[in-house]
Design a binder for this molecule. Sequence first.
Ligand code: BES
Ligand code: ZN
Length: 996
Amino acid sequence: MSDHDVDDIAFLTGSPNESGFMVNKRAMYEPGAVMVCSQKRACCVVTLGFIAIITIALIVAFTKPGCPEATYTGEPFPGQSNHPTVSPPSTPPTATNGEEFPWADVRLPFHVRPLHYDISLHPNLTTRHVQGEMTIKLTTIEETTAIIIHGHELNVSQYSLKNKYGKPIEIIKFLIYPRHQQLYLGLDEILRRGSNYTLKMSFETTLKEELDGFYLSSYINGDGEKRYIATTHFEPTSARSAFPCFDEPHLKAKFHLSIYRDSQHFTLFNMPQQTTVPVEGSDLFLDEFQESVEMSTYLVAFIVCDYDLVYNFTEHNVKVSVYAPPNMINQANYSLRIASHILDYYDKFFGVAYPLPKQDLIAIPDFGAGAMENWGLITYRETALMFDKNNTSSRSQQRVAVAIAHELAHQWFGNLVTMSWWSDLWLNEGFASFMENIGAAVAEPGWAMEEQFIVEKMHPALSLDALLASHPISTPVTDPAQIESIFDTISYKKGASIISMLESFIGRNMLQEGLRLYLDSHRYGNAATDDLWEALTTVTKKHGKELDIKGIMDTWTLQAGFPLISVSLQDGHVTASQARFLVCEENVTDPNEPLNTTLGYRWHVPLTYITSGNPHNQTMHWMNLTDVDFDVARDTKWIKVNVGQRGFYRVSYDMAGWEALNNVLQTNIDTLSPADRASLIDDVFTLVNPFCTTIQNWAGTVSATVALDLSLYLKKETKYIPWHTALGHLFKWVRLIFNYPAHTLMLDYIHTLVRPHYETIGWNDTGTHLERLLRSEVLWAAVQCGNSHAIQEAQQRFSSWRTNNDSIPPNLRSVVYSTGVRYGTEEDWRHCWQVYNSSSIPSEKGLMLKAMAQTRDPWLMQQYLEYTLDATKIRPQDVMTVLKQVSKNPGGRLSAWRMVRQHWSQISQLFGHGSFTMGAIIKAVTSPFTSSFDLGEVEAFFKDVDVGPGERALAQALETIRLHIQWHEHNLDSLTSWLHQHLSHSQTVKGSGDSA
Ligand code: BES
Ligand code: ZN
């Protein structure tokens, strides 16, 4: 993503060296005055509840001593066959009543599994109280005398068990183990294998304050009144905080829901409503829904709201509806149109018809993720669903299309066929991320979505995966914090990238046939990575292709990182060698240290290339865990490896190789496709980092001057993909040297590249989708380079918008608002604050959030940062955007870091202590740091802070700062002298630089 975007969807981030961690998952929501049930009171209720339960449990325990208990046999759980099971804790787990909790594993035992849940809920949106009753039909897989089920912050008041004839089975022990969020029901008789039972439970809980579980959200309606809605977000492990359940993805069951509501609201569930009846003696209604299909708990969703809707029907008569607050419903038509279009397409593409009678898409005002694929009831952030053609930019429109295509792809990949365990999360998220470009391309054929794949997925994934603190795609996880921490760039973007690479060597048709087989064989069930490889192997074999798909793909899913392919061409002879690429400190790899993989950090690499003699037809050689060499025509002048950057690897050439390619770019740009041009830029700018490989410690073999020489061709570049890539890298360098004299030189240099293009691209918001995306980035680049014309134009548009309410074309708004604030007054900033507060257009609010971070007034900046601590000012879902944008502003970087340090415990409380969102915050505020002093400060601060699941993010942040320091040591001098030389040269030759 360019410097210029508001990344309100966490995974759509993508500037170099930034991971797209999910953020704000545990953000707190502050209710208005009428709603407040004080924390103290809530605590009392919960504590009293616990005391009651403990008392009951103690009475039960002491009246029936010596009950048999379930024991863990040590057999693997589904999805864990390849991984060691967790070792039990050294001290026995202790239940809330002080007794030993008889089950030590964070995973549930497999003795019983659920078949059917019947849930009845009565949420009170004023008191936040939720009363629940449920009946679960179970079946016994192995004999057992206990049932262990998930439950988190639920006050269970009654429970009973019956066999299939209705005979009660006494529950002699009821224990709660909050650490593993488990409940234990000890029985006085053995449950027989293969028999069915009915478990009933009554419970109470509250509508949560976090953006997880069953929680409260609100919006301001057209009359300025606050309206409350209750909604859910369960993935990965929060269903258990809404009702007791077997909260693991392989424990699928059918769900039936009834929910009480008042007359101002209506309710939604995964399935259509069946009946609604008034409740006698009250002004409530009871809504009952059709029974669901077999599904995992994390996909269950229900909502109480007072929204409006628009709807239509797909070719297969599925009712598609988009729900939004009434004052936003006029922004719902675009989503509706493309959702039904994409649903129709996926029906055909996957060869399995969408199985539910309806598909709802709904905008939620407070939403931690970007969107969530609940089966039949997809929830979205407002910015990921609402579109207004007069107000919303192409970038935000694309975000809407992509979010819809992504979540709809999950209806098959994830919902119909679910990963057996979270270690294979990439099967869900990698595939949905791969499919989102295909789905969006179908809805918007003019957008070159498939061409955009490399900048949206490959580049960010390669960037993160070059850190030592990366991890393999398939990675063992057990507890909720670990599970949440893998919703990251590796699962999403590296996952999508390796599928794209697979597609590049088996073809779309074969991939599609394999996916159909996989979906068909595992429908309503679960699967692991190997099941996918098996389906693809069957299909490729059938077509006479002998490919060891599993063997090839294991090298990409089981090892962290990726190879650097070093290529040299001499007299028609090419050698290509592979070694893991790490941007890391010199001498960090110890050749004597055992490798962290049995595959030895070697890969099956589909090496593709084009040459000067054959620039339009690619050739492929497999590097099967090895290096290769081959011959091309003797007079070959250049070779470009990794055609279209379809392979998940980087390529380094020798000096002659870079020069020859540079020559092609300077003399005949169209010889190489935009994707190839972008891939050269991305590789060369990355290789300028001091890097090493598993073969040798090999620092900075490519000098900064090689990258800069190559960048000169940009004067002739007109396409979005290479420009987007280049601007990302060039401005990253600007940020790295912001307090060195070379800073101004670098901006001047970028200006020489951008200016010709700035002059032709102009200020009319016209052209193709990619041209509009490009215009927005080029205008902003010009402003950042101090182009006086651009600044004046933006300022003038800003002031006529402020004073006369003159409308600004959607794709110019970002640059106009940001420039207006950057060069504006306090009143300008306050005007944006007022628009942020009053606008009913989510995309506009997003632009304001970003623009306000551009201020150069330290006091306004400080105030803005402090607003993030007040949920009534900045919604917690947006805190991350503010911190990140302020950190990117040279004048704000230190304030953001200071703020986070100073209010660490408050922020950490806001997001839930130890939540890995804190890891994302650490990355955001430390990413601009470049000196040893900064590093020392960050290390010193975190020495005594427990970041819990944010540990990997902290490691990545520290590694990144070290890299920046080394980048300076290696490149600052050569960069500075290159810039001096080049700028004086171009000034004498052509006259350059705008003096603004
Ligand atoms: N399944 C995820 C939502 C999610 C994310 C649940 C993190 C739990 C933790 C959903 O399919 C998703 O990937 N959403 C993306 C947006 C999408 C358009 C890429 C997100 O939330 O960023
Ligand atoms: Zn997803």
